[in-house]
Ligand binder design. Sequence first.
Ligand code: FE2
Length: 199
Amino acid sequence: MAFTLPELPYAHDALAPYMSKETLEFHHDKHHQAYVTNGNNLLKGTEFEDKSVEEVVVGSFGKNAALFNNAGQHYNHIHFWKWMKPNGGGKPPASIAKAIDESFGSYDKFTEAFIQAGTTQFGSGWAWLTVKDGKLEVSKTANGENPLVHGAQPILGVDVWEHSYYIDFRNRRPDYLKAFVENLINWEHVEEMHAAAVK
Ligand code: FE2
């Protein structure tokens, strides 16, 4: 089915000072819109026209790079907006905290691994918290790729393309990642995706 740009679940200035109005105007209104527009043009006449975005992502991987890049980025950004909220971040709710402790040892060890994945992703990409074989894992991917194509379900992701942080943090990607973890994560959306992934 055709891709559509979702509304931001908060005002453009609601995540400041960690993510500014200007960043969200470019990132959501221009960059995400471009993935939607280009994705829809590339979907036309393909076998994927009536498929869900997840099916397009998995089905086009390794077969149609241009469609995959735009569909992957559409999927990634749909969730990225929901993975943030004003006054977010910090310690997760009990159900996620338990799963994090079981997989990483502690919340601090998880945040260290997640920030490290985002910092060391060379060039554009994403850092992820995923469920694979019932267990939580941290990973990273390049460009528009995401864990769905590697048999894992993303439950949290952070965009480390420069368009996500350069206006607010310039080249200080680690500071952006720290702000994301401490002030922006919407754990309720993570919890929702975790519950769906492990049931
Ligand atoms: Fe982005």
